[in-house]
Structures are given as C-alpha cells and as structure tokens.
Design a protein around this ligand. Sequence first.
Ligand SMILES: NC(=O)c1ccc[n+]([C@@H]2O[C@H](COP(=O)([O-])OP(=O)(O)OC[C@H]3O[C@@H](n4cnc5c(N)ncnc54)[C@H](O)[C@@H]3O)[C@@H](O)[C@H]2O)c1
Length: 284
Amino acid sequence: MKDVKGKVAFITGGASGMGLGMARAFSDAGMKIMIADIEAGPAQRAVDELKARGHDAACLQVDVTNLEAMQAAAKKTVGHFGKVHVLCNNAGIAVGGKSETASMRNWHWVMDVNLWGVVHGLQAFVPLILAHGEGGHVVNTASMAGIYGVRGTGPYNASKFAVVGMTETMMAEHRKSGLGVSLLCPGVVNTNLSSSVRNRPEQYGGAVTGEKGATIGSLAAGLNPDIVGKLVLEAILDDQPYIFTDPALRNLVELRNKRLMAGYDWADKAKALEGAVQSSAVSG
Ligand SMILES: NC(=O)c1ccc[n+]([C@@H]2O[C@H](COP(=O)([O-])OP(=O)(O)OC[C@H]3O[C@@H](n4cnc5c(N)ncnc54)[C@H](O)[C@@H]3O)[C@@H](O)[C@H]2O)c1
C-alpha cells in the first residue's frame, strides 16, 4: 500500500504490546483503527488514548479462537468504518515447556490462539479486503521462534512455525492479487507477553499464576513495542514481506539455513537415494 491515510486497520491483540504500538503508529499516519482484544478494559483505554490524540478508533471484545466471533467482528467493523484494508493478526500468547512434557491443555491453548486465531482472522477478513478492490495488506505476527527452534518453548514454536508456513504460502499466492502480505518475526520485545496466563480461559486451566514451567521469562530488556508499530507501518508502505525487529538475530537464520543445507549435502551422498528417479515438481 502506497498510501494508508483514511484506510481502516483491524488489529487483534491491539490493547497491549506490539498491537497497541501498531494502533498508535497507524493512527498517527491517518488510519482508522479497530482494536480487537479479549481484554475489554485495556482495549477501551487504548481507544480513549487514540481518540484523545484526535484519531478515529473503536474497539471490540473478541476472542480470536472463536471463528464466529471473528466473523461477527468483521461485520461490525465494516458496519462502523465501511471497509477494512489492513488486517494485523497479532493476538498471541506464550507458554513455556518442551513438546514432550508441556501440559496438553497448554498445547491446545497456544495452538488455538496463535495458529487458529490467525486462520480465523484470514477467513473473516481477507475475502472482504479482496472484494472492495482498493488493495490491502495482511500482517501475521509470528516470532523468531517461528524461524528457529528456540529451546524450552516447543508448543509456542510449533504455533509460530505454522504461522510462518501459512504466511509464506500466502506471499506466493497473492503476488498479483493486490493484497500485500507480511510476516512479523519479532525478537525480544518489552510487552505483557510473559503474563499471558492472565488471559487463559478455564477450559485450558484458567488464569493460574505461578504454574511451574508454563510461562516464559521476563521481556523487560526487550525493544519498545511502539518502535515495532512504526516498523510495521514502514513495512506495509514498502510492501516488505519479512519484518525482523532485531538485526542481531540474523545469525539464527544463517545457522538454520546452514543446518538445512548440511541436510542436502548428506542427501547428496546417501546410498538410498543413489540413482532414484524423482519429480522435483514443487513450485514456490
Ligand atoms: N514480546 C515478544 O518478545 C514477542 C516476540 C515474538 C513474538 N511475539 C508475538 O507478538 C504478538 C503480540 O504479543 P505481545 O508481545 O505484544 O504481548 P501482549 O501480551 O502485550 O499483547 C498480546 C495481546 O493479545 C491479546 N490476546 C491474548 N489472547 C487473545 C485472544 N484469545 N483473543 C484476542 N486477543 C487476545 C492480549 O489481551 C493482549 O492484549 C503475539 O503473537 C506474540 O506471540 C512477541
């Protein structure tokens, strides 16, 4: 998108952290903002702040794990602002733990919010964005933990790798559709993510603090989330596919690529593949 002034953004998890940073940056650029969050109080406070700065904003209490609720939110957003141009699938939660020992309820919670929440956002909003023909942009928030297997957070990483795969597929599919697609892979950002359990519904164990191994460490030394908001706006205007927030983490991507290539070097010499006939017909 070359010009966002007057355009409408729907931001999940917009009441806190990076979502709020996006809401601030987008509204400063003249966009109208719909904040969607499971936490009604902080969402309303965010709207009050944006309005006090002279911006056009509203909020909806929505749980991204619920497809019908997201579809209803899409309808309400169009009813309120007329259209939606930018979708930020940003709401997320973090749990700690290894894949083999994390509690199953935390496994389900993290996948329901971080993966299915993004799927629901895409299903509810992308057809609406494509239909109005004015162009638009989707920003899916993954993580560096969706690019590199960070130790101690197996279920979280799995949810973020899924978002990376889905978003890269959309990049390939929407090259000519007028829909920009970006993947946000933050490093450490100073948000409320470490206290995600505050939003854990009863069915996944409730908002029990102090659950052993279930939370992630402090993010207090991380980047200011308002900077991430400005970075995301810049990426939308530049139609930039990959948004990395910490250039110092480039080495993780290089390390992973090196390991992947070592897998090919091994396959080149593997006895079982000698002389094998293959189609090699995978298009990117
Ligand atoms: N903070 C970091 O270091 C970091 C790093 C990489 C990726 N991320 C990702 O960034 C995204 C934003 O998180 P943040 O760090 O700003 O944390 P945050 O906790 O400050 O903000 C997340 C927001 O999502 C909302 N939310 C949680 N569950 C929800 C649900 N079911 N439905 C709707 N809203 C819900 C929360 O109420 C909160 O307002 C997440 O997807 C997270 O995984 C964060």
